[in-house]
Ligand binder design. Structure first.
Ligand code: TLP
Length: 357
């Protein structure tokens, strides 16, 4: 090999690593711009209208990140001192630096789900009613697809059942739909099937849809007006944000159907991993673009395995002492999966030989 030749790593850490398409970069160059704090950016306005329509809600608001979208939404759905029920492995609970407590003043009540889906009866049992002693529960948050459960889908009928409990108990229902289009594409249903039973939601333009930045909060006119003020408090009021919105429009028009390729690649990867002794994948959880692999059988910590793969050019993330997460996206082809599998197999063999010494 030519020493100057650089082998491109196979990056399966996250779909957040996707780069914008040429068309997106062109759209950024030509976007019509204005000051969005005056609601004068025509490209942002167009994207927000498109998003609201696509989700079957009244209004939408662009924010820089999924984390800000969740924080704005939880804040807008609650009062300080309230409590919110969320899945015990949810992104809001694990990966958002405790923002809903630190900033929104909300007490999270984690409820363990099965494959990322909370049982409506468990939600009902976790509700803290109005009382001198309780942080009143006013919100339920679901995550779809569910990240730590492995990209699993909360189906429309499961959402409907949760929404029934929420309505009966006068709670709002919010969906972290960062990857909601993955769910819609996987089940081959209109995304509105997932949104019609929730009061409001967010979804990400980055991740599988390949935009460089951006998430969108969607809900009623009133909710979005309130959210605009909260976004402003958080420093997320943007000016010529059309440069962010322009690729978002392309994402909604052209990037949704291709998510199916990512799902096919994830299944291919999962089927390959289960054949490797020492690795375990629960194939029931491989529903979209993620694969969670248990590496306990190798006798080394997941993060050590991740490092062994990294030096061989396969990038992944460990999400616990025993689990490694693989995520497929637009930067990954079938050939990359095949190559990754053969590297993983070799590394596992090496680990086994070392352990026998
Ligand atoms: N998830 C990232 C990491 O933060 C873990 C990833 O690599 O998957 N909701 C869900 C369900 C998410 O998976 C993420 C990002 C977010 C919200 C936050 O989005 P960003 O990264 O835009 O703040």
């Amino acid at each position: 090999m030519n020493v100057k030749e650089v082998v491109k790593p196979i990056d399966l850490r996250s779909d957040t690593v996707t780069l914008p398409t040429e068309e997106m970069l062109e759209a950024i160059r030509h976007a019509k711009l204005g000051d969005d704090c005056y609601k004068e950016d025509p490209t942002v306005n167009q994207l927000e209208e498109m998003a609201a329509k696509k989700m079957g809600k009244e209004a939408a608001m662009l924010v820089p990140s999924g984390t800000m979208a969740n924080l704005v939404s939880v804040t807008a759905n609650t009062n300080r001192g309230d409590s919110a029920i969320l899945e015990a492995d949810s992104h809001i609970y694990w990966y958002e630096v405790g923002g809903i407590s630190a900033i929104a003043g909300v007490l999270p009540i984690p409820v363990k789900g099965k494959m990322g889906v909370m049982n409506p009866a468990d939600i009902e049992a976790a509700i803290r009613p109005e009382s001198l002693h309780y942080a009143k529960t006013t919100l339920v948050c679901i995550e779809n697809t569910h990240n730590r459960a492995g990209g699993t889908i909360v189906t429309p009928s499961q959402i409907e059942a949760i929404s029934k409990v929420a309505k009966e108990n006068d709670l709002r229902l919010y969906m972290d739909g960062a990857r909601i289009f993955n769910a819609a594409v996987a089940l081959k249903v209109d995304v509105r099937e997932f949104t019609r039973h929730v009061d409001n939601l967010m979804f990400c333009l980055s991740k599988g849809l390949s935009c460089p930045i951006g998430s969108i909060v969607v809900g009623s006119e009133e909710f979005i007006e309130k959210s605009r003020k909260i976004r402003k408090i958080l420093g997320g009021g943007m000016r010529q944000a059309g440069i962010i919105a322009a690729p978002g429009i392309i994402a909604l028009e052209k990037m949704i159907d291709r998510l199916e390729d990512d799902h096919k690649n994830a299944r291919l990867l999962a089927k390959g991993l289960v054949k490797i002794e020492g690795l375990h994948v629960d194939l029931r959880t491989v529903q979209t673009n993620m694969v969670m692999c248990d590496v306990d059988g190798l006798g080394i910590p997941a993060e050590v395995f991740v490092e062994r793969l990294r030096v061989r050019g396969v990038l992944t993330n460990s999400i616990s002492k025993t689990r490694v997460r693989f995520v497929t996206h637009r930067g990954i082809e079938k050939e990359d999966i095949e190559k990754a599998l053969s590297i993983i197999e070799e590394v596992v063999k090496e680990i086994k030989t070392e352990s026998k010494r």
